[in-house]
Design a protein around this ligand. Sequence first.
Ligand SMILES: [Zn+2]
Length: 169
Amino acid sequence: MKKQFKNQHRTLESFGYEFLVICPHCSKHAKVTSLGEPYPFLKDITKRFLCTYCGVSKDLVPKKNRAKQNIISYGPNYKKEFISIGGAFDWYFGYPLVLQIPCCGKTLWAYNREHLMYLKSYVEAELREHYPYYLSVESMLPNWIKSAKNRKLILKAIAKLEERLFHDT
Ligand SMILES: [Zn+2]
């Protein structure tokens, strides 16, 4: 039986509660989390970087614009003092994600284990529902990830990223 992917209407934002990042001080795996609701639009929520290996910890409260809203930037590049969503780094500090790997001439990335498993179930599926919710992760995935001809290569890359979840270097 062919695997089917049911649209779950998960937005990329819904995975932003935890970012596995490379610690800029010791190069081990570290985390960026929210001390409160993780949605990027919510104001005055402290974001914390914590590396349990070298003990470095940093807090940051995202800056607001004149209208007192969080300043969010969507795109593949990190912008300092913005909440930068859409590239292979955490939204707040801009540290590189642990779960990123070159694949098909691009970079495949995920914020955390749940995000990676979500991508995996999407790519594994040979049957997909049409018309995903327009803001969902699956509707915003680039075409190279959606393309059936890349499926094997992408699943290999995902398997390598899964190993990284267990081997901490
Ligand atoms: Zn560290």
